[in-house]
Design a protein around this ligand. Structure first.
Ligand code: ZN
Length: 250
């Protein structure tokens, strides 16, 4: 039996990562030596990228803090509203521009994020290693249903998406990262994440169906894949979907 014991308590959404018998309870953790506190947190199932604050015996510590016998550890997720600014946050500073790297099985979420104007990289054939590499290189927040991905050392910003339903997933991300103020609809191509821009009808005339030519006059085109969007079809559909997703508050 390992000689030392520390008591861990995880707060709020971090309980989602724990074994059911540990939910919202003090967890006894046995160890030997002096492990950095990041190790027991991850051993208990919580990816470091989800943790914003660790208190040991009521003092905030960094991930390199060495655990001692008898320590009382409180682990908190990213706070939305509670002001903890005087305490030391573990996460690197929030990324100034919100950009996402969306994991392979979340294609619908990527489209919804693009619909709201968020730069959301996605490729359905990427390996885990490539996802992490792109996220780090382009300073993107990883969104994934696979929490193991967030245990990788290089990951600094990630969010484990809980729901299976794309619209609920979008709400989770919007709420957790408090993104409502950053929504810029009709800026991104749903297909490829490129920026869309307004174009004159003549520029896209030859690519349009006769009925589209007859009824619509405002057109947009993706700067990357050249896909065409127009007022009344895609655009209205997107606006309506956005209104529904953001709810009556906006
Ligand atoms: Zn495009």
């Amino acid at each position: 039996m390992k000689p030392y014991i520390a008591n861990f308590r995880f707060y709020e959404e971090l309980n989602d990562f724990l074994a059911p018998e540990c939910h919202k309870k003090t967890v006894e953790y046995r160890f030997d030596g002096r492990p950095a506190i990041k190790d027991p947190i991850e051993t208990l199932g919580v990816p470091h990228s989800e943790v914003d604050l660790v208190l040991v015996n009521d003092e905030s510590v960094g991930f390199d803090y060495r655990l001692r016998h008898g320590d009382r550890v409180a682990v908190y997720p990213l706070f939305e509203s509670l002001d903890i600014s005087p305490l030391q946050h573990l996460r690197a500073k929030p990324l100034r521009v919100t950009r996402f790297m969306v994991d392979v099985n979340l294609g619908k979420l990527a489209r919804l994020l693009r619909m709201l104007g968020f730069d959301s990289a996605y490729g359905n054939r990427l390996e885990d290693g490539e996802i992490v590499e792109i996220a780090v290189r382009e300073k993107r927040i990883i969104l994934t249903r696979d929490r193991r991905l967030l245990f990788r050392k290089a990951v600094s910003h990630g969010f484990w998406v809980r729901s299976d339903d794309p619209e609920t997933q979008l709400q989770e991300v919007m709420q957790r990262l408090d993104l409502a103020g950053q929504v810029k609809p009709l800026q991104r191509c749903l297909q490829c994440n490129g920026l869309i821009e307004s174009v004159d009808a003549e520029q896209v005339w030859s690519s349009l169906q006769p009925l589209t030519r007859r009824y619509y006059s405002e057109f947009y085109r993706c700067g990357d894949c050249r896909r065409i969007y127009w007022e009344g079809s895609h655009v209205e559909h997107m606006s309506e979907a956005i209104r529904q997703m953001l709810g009556p508050r906006r």
